[in-house]
Design a protein around this ligand. Structure first.
Ligand code: NAP
Length: 314
């Protein structure tokens, strides 16, 4: 599958990436193993995935460090990997977000050191803060871009107003927001503005944290420190309705000799509003399987059928 261009930048990435919050993200999931995380990354790179989506807050630097370590290995070529990372959480006080130019400039330097690289391909402001004018925050990133330290500018978890303020000078290349077949608000909130301003879109939680894989029948319980433990999608009637709808994908997936997960990923890959999809993974086998979605080409009729099945969640 051809690489996709990120906004107005010179960055090209695989349309199927790897979400790396389970690589070193010990503050998000219980029982992660760093060696397994590194193997997940190696597997992704070996299977044609070039876009790696991480953030400072995934393990408060650990995810970036593990990725940096793997990219030092002889087998891999840094120049072929598109590293996307994010910052806004204050080290030592993650509840406090900071978008000030001084904070972002330091955050990029710190991320470069942890990633052991001279440049970051895509740098996102991970969350808005309350005080910094967004155009001033982006102006600082634009300077870092001109200095060659970052190659594309992104924002995440912004409202449309904040995005518009951030993009006042046209410098924003990419937006990352929650979006999946179950959570489609971005279609009305953001998609028209993104199309008009040549801003790429990357949805997060594309598999709805695993719910769209078809592997759940009974309501699961997660450790208290797992981000899914408070997710209403995994509870009660909503959970039952999701499972029922996801199961209806099985015969369609069978027609492509694919799994439900691969079919769902192929739906995003065919969606013209979506630039790249970044499913996370906790096992090597999941990455190998997910990478194969790049070989599935949905017919227009099946794309629309899936769209229609999930319209009930819109
Ligand atoms: P996701 O992509 O919706 O779901 C990923 C999870 O689904 C995996 O960790 C795995 O969990 C399960 N899974 C993946 N492939 C599978 C397969 N083939 N078969 C069965 N299960 C499979 O959720 P996510 O990883 O949390 O989100 C994606 C990425 O978005 C993150 O990694 C992160 O990079 C990014 N993100 C960004 C933000 C932001 O604020 N910008 C917020 C959240 C996430 P289990 O094995 O545990 O089921």
């Amino acid at each position: 599958m051809a690489d996709v261009k990120i906004g107005k930048s010179a960055v090209y990435a695989s349309s199927l990436g790897l979400g790396a919050n389970a690589i070193g993200g010990h503050n998000l999931f219980a029982g992660l193993d760093d060696e397994q995380g590194k193997d997940i990354l190696r597997t992704a790179l070996r299977n044609g995935i070039t876009l790696i989506d991480t953030a400072y807050i995934y393990g408060e630097g650990r995810s970036e460090e593990l990725i940096g370590a793997v990219l030092q290995e002889k087998e891999f070529d840094r120049s072929k990997v598109i590293i996307a990372t994010k910052a806004a959480h204050t080290p030592g006080n993650p509840d406090k977000k900071d978008n000030s130019p001084a904070f972002l400039t330091q955050a990029v330097e710190d991320a470069l050191a942890r990633l052991q690289t001279a440049y970051i391909d895509i740098f996102y402001i991970h969350f808005p803060d309350e005080q910094t004018p967004k155009n001033e925050a982006i102006a600082a990133l634009h300077q870092l871009k001109e200095a060659g330290k970052i190659r594309a500018i992104g924002v995440s978890n912004f409202s449309l107003d904040q995005l518009q303020e951030a993009n006042q000078d046209g410098y924003v290349d990419i937006l990352e927001e929650e979006y999946s077949l179950l959570h489609r608000q971005a279609e009305t909130t953001f998609f028209p503005y993104l199309a008009e301003h040549d801003i790429s879109f990357v949805p997060y939680f594309p598999l709805a944290s695993g719910l769209l894989t078809g592997k759940y029948e009974k309501e699961p319980t997660f450790a208290e420190n797992d981000i899914r433990s408070s997710n209403p999608d995994f509870k009660g009637e909503r959970f039952a309705k999701i499972v029922e709808t996801v199961n209806q994908l099985k015969p369609i997936a069978d027609n492509y000799d694919a799994t439900i997960t691969q079919l769902v990923l192929a739906w995003y890959l065919k969606n013209p509003e979506i630039t790249a999809v970044i499913p996370g993974a906790k096992k090597v086998e999941q990455v190998t399987a997910n990478a194969q979605a790049m070989d599935i080409h949905l017919t227009k009729a099946d794309y629309q059928l899936i769209d229609h099945l999930f319209a009930v969640f819109n």
